[in-house]
Ligand binder design. Sequence first.
Ligand code: 13P
Ligand code: SF4
Length: 321
Amino acid sequence: EARKKALREEIKALLKQQNAVMVAHYYTDPEIQALAEETGGCVADSLEMARFGRDAKQQTLIVAGVKFMGETAKILSPEKNVLMPTLEATCSLDLGCPIDKFSEFCDAHPDHTVVVYANTSAAVKARADWVVTSSIALEIVEHLEEQGKPIIWGPDRHLGSYIAKKTGAEMLMWQGECIVHDEFSAQKLKDMKAVYPDAAILVHPESPASVVEMADAVGSTSQLIAAAKNMPNDTFIVATDKGIFYKMQQQAPDKTFIEAPTAGNGATCKSCAHCPWMAMNGLEAIRNALTENQTAHEIHVDEQLRQKALIPLNRMLDFSA
Ligand code: 13P
Ligand code: SF4
């Protein structure tokens, strides 16, 4: 504990010294979220992280999250140093959607509007007409649906199915998934609901359809936090990464939050409701990003690619403004 306190103090001083600010995702560990808050940074969902990074006055951004979030920040602010605690922090959706294969898929359907989730590489964004995050995907696809053009959607098949069902849009789906949300079990959730009949079920739409169907509220991380605060229930079963409990408990201190069950448990679950890549954002890694040779931490995006990826990203930001 004393060591952690010393690390936190060291990071605070380094952030000031280097005119740097932290932006952290709700899935990072509680101590990282607390540090971002204490130091004038922000804790947010993917869309708000992008906006905060773009508008920050500081020269250096420390992005505590996963690589696509750092890349998005760099695409929006090429003049800033964008540092990540570790460049190894990726995402199963990004990994499962390599640009060459995705590009072939798009080329085979040239009459389709290409909509990609923010959880993708800069190269995949550069191939898209629109980028969306989970907080704005529904509205954007509704808007496109009105124009009547068919859609290519990638890479999250669960989020895609949820949106297709909600909007009636015709969507050709890339078959990717988030290893954290894919693991939630509808069968076990039914059993849990029987034990807590008054609990409201909050579900991130990266979860399988069978889990989404049981939800009292479906939404992005910030939408789920708002639901936890605003819904009248005292108890909530939450199907998303457990990092979110820090903010939910802070926003609704008198309420009870329970982790939704995963298909496996203990030694048999893959992620056990916590993203292994988000978990790489430790205090030491953050300190290292501010002290070590920056090449091990700095996000680079090829300038030509950046300019292409900026177009669909700005479309999203303008749409949501
Ligand atoms: P949101 O914060 O936009 O809901 O994204 C969830 C996510 O999976 C980030 O990795
Ligand atoms: Fe990717 Fe899922 Fe981890 Fe988010 S929680 S970074 S979607 S693997």
